[in-house]
Design a protein around this ligand. Structure first.
Ligand code: PLP
Length: 450
């Protein structure tokens, strides 16, 4: 790419590019080898050496530049400040964990008493304390099983309760959740047969009643979490469905355990179980604000059948997830909860302060009103009043490449940094990233980036 530039690098400059072993002898890089591993540090140094040989940087700066280019961890995953205004952003890993959950993950990361009773020295039930914490928050649930994600919870229920049998479900609830994940396809691959009843817009209890028979595994109720149907519609609620003589499995999606006043149309596990659902399935990393996992709550005999099914082993969660989930349930308000309940006036104040600070540094920046959404396929149609820092659209790419990265949203030719999903503690980091990434380019340079 820079062939002609390479040829202009003088020989003495090429010779003074430090060799790998010389660079690795630098105490900072030697420490990085201990922390990140030799291969990773070598690849960073090699990249910087190449740039020096191409004449892009002076040979004398190779070690310093390599130190600056070292990643924070040995994983390529980067922390991102979510300034998109989408509270649960699937591409950003959905729910951010609370500090309590992060601590619990770290504590459980080594060897831990996952399946051991330290008092007696005997084996104990894996995940017992996480299940206890869950049941405490959902009193109508007799038992619970924690699996890998919401989809796994459905697959396990369908396999254990309806393989070779029928799942009766309304045509209005055979939804695609996102990224091509279609509920009917998922259920069909368990060996259960789907018995569709009603129409897209209207299904009556009688439709279910005439389909239910000896071959029914269960009736499935799905909360269509990412769209709303309006007009001439009718759906049958859990209470009515529970009058049928078969189990009702209800997929709430969001993971709300009890009613959330800010989201009146979102069902919660406690309410649907009280209404008569035999089992409720949900995700842990949506509105519950915890780690990715799937929850199955409800009748003890059915949960037991799921837990004993061979597939339960294939959907088993790891210790890190159990630790994070339990700390989410027992700990203080989650970041998702805080974002959902943030005071719009406070968001505006933060936006004004950030924008003022950036304007002082010469940036084209102002505070604007904004609208945030829940996202993650939840609470369609709900918008939350918010505030944003508005910057030129050209800031979006350099902000993404900042460390920590900042992900905003480009709207109306501006890059908006919506503060609703940004914890207030992250404001200084956000400001620093914006100052650095959007600094007016000194005259004579061409900072286009790619
Ligand atoms: C999100 C969702 C799922 C899938 O849950 P994952 O945790 O993403 O596997 C299933 N059903 C509904 C209604 C959902 O909203």
């Amino acid at each position: 790419m820079d062939g002609d530039r390479t040829s202009t690098v003088p020989d003495h400059e090429l010779r003074s590019v430090p060799r790998m072993d010389a660079a690795l002898a630098d105490p900072r890089l030697a420490a990085a080898v201990d922390r990140l591993g030799r291969g990773l540090v070598k690849s960073v140094v090699a990249g910087v050496q190449d740039r020096a040989r191409a004449g892009e940087i002076p040979a004398s700066e190779v070690t310093d530049r390599a130190v600056a280019a070292l990643p924070a961890t040995a994983s390529a995953l980067q922390p991102v400040i979510n300034a998109t205004g989408v509270l649960l952003h699937t591409n950003l890993g959905r729910a951010p964990l609370s500090p309590a959950a992060r601590d619990a993950v770290c504590a459980a990361a080594g060897t831990t008493d996952l399946e051991l009773d330290l008092d007696s020295g005997r084996r104990s039930r894996r995940g017992r304390s996480a299940v206890e914490a869950l049941l405490r928050q959902v009193p109508p649930a007799e038992a619970a099983q924690i699996v890998n994600n919401g989809a796994a919870a459905l697959v396990l229920a369908a396999t254990a309760l309806a393989q070779g049998r029928e799942i009766v479900v309304s045509r209005g609830e055979l939804v695609e959740i996102g990224d091509g994940f279609r509920l009917p396809d998922l259920l069909a691959c368990t060996g259960a047969r789907l018995r569709e009843v009603g129409t897209t817009n209207r299904t009556e209890l009688a439709d279910y009643a005439s389909a239910v028979g000896p071959g029914t595994g269960f009736v499935l109720k799905v909360h269509p979490s990412n769209f709303v149907v309006t007009g001439f519609t009718r759906a049958v609620g859990v209470a009515e469905l529970s009058r049928l003589a078969v189990p009702v499995v209800a997929d709430i999606g969001s993971g709300l355990l009890s009613p959330e006043p800010a989201l009146r149309d979102e069902p919660d596990a406690g309410t649907w179980l009280r209404a008569g659902a035999s089992l409720v399935t949900a995700s842990g990393d949506k509105l519950l604000g915890g780690p990715q996992c799937g929850l199955v709550l409800g009748r003890a005999d059915l949960v037991e059948r799921l837990a004993r099914h061979p597939l339960a082993r294939a959907t088993r969660v790891d210790k890190l997830t159990l630790a994070a989930l339990e700390a989410t349930l027992r700990g203080p308000a989650t970041p998702v909860h805080r974002a959902l309940h943030a005071d719009p006036r406070r968001l505006r104040e933060r936006a004004e302060r950030l924008a003022g600070d950036l304007r002082e540094r010469g940036l084209d920046c102002r505070a604007v009103d904004s609208e945030a959404v829940i996202g993650g396929g939840g609470a369609p149609g709900v918008t939350l009043p918010s505030a944003a820092v508005s910057l030129p659209a050209s800031c979006a790419a350099p902000l993404r490449r900042a460390r920590p990265a900042v992900m905003g949203r480009v709207e109306g030719g501006r890059c908006l940094l919506d503060l609703r999903a940004v914890p207030e503690e992250a404001d200084p980091a956000l400001a620093a990233a914006a100052r650095h990434a959007c600094a007016p380019a000194p005259a004579g340079t061409d900072e286009t980036g790619g």
